[in-house]
Design a protein around this ligand. Sequence first.
Ligand code: UDP
Length: 188
Amino acid sequence: MPISCFRSPGHAAACVTDAIKRGEKTYCVAINPEKVRLARGDTTFHEIVRNATFHICDGAGTAAAMRILWGMRIPRVTGVGLFFELLALAEREGLRVFLLGADPKTSAHARDILHRSYPRLQCVGCRDGYFRADESPAIVEEINTSKADMLFVALGSPKQERWIAQYRPQLETPFCMGVGGSIDVLSG
Ligand code: UDP
């Protein structure tokens, strides 16, 4: 499982925004022991994870395994840490964000919190994650119309990684990332 060697969440966020500015399409997966376990027994999921551009070392267990097995000291950059770092950077750099996921009440609350905590942030879409599979193409259209630069998908793992992998070919958003429970954290 490849892990990108970022020094800190700030370093990872800067690499993501540099790629957006270069016009590259990138995708980040936060690696934790659960995903490693799942990827070992599921070749499709393994490919989804392997094909990501950025892999962050989300779990303390992953960091410990890297150190014990290969003597590599990879700094931990959690998914939620990178999510907050990217929101702040998006506000500073005028990048547009779209949040997809969490239950309807949490999603609406998260949007309010974003407005209050990041007043200059362009949140161009916020949609809950309880939709039918046949609604996905319309959601992809909504995301593309919003011209989002960053798409955060909070559907839980591995559902969010599978959703991103399935719709990435149609998604025009330069950067996508599965963020698990981060929208719940944002909304408090
Ligand atoms: N969720 C969703 N749609 C679904 C299933 C889950 O939007 O069909 C949301 C759920 O409301 C929660 C997030 O996905 O906000 C999952 O958070 P969790 O901490 O369980 O994810 P993990 O980080 O463990 O993958």
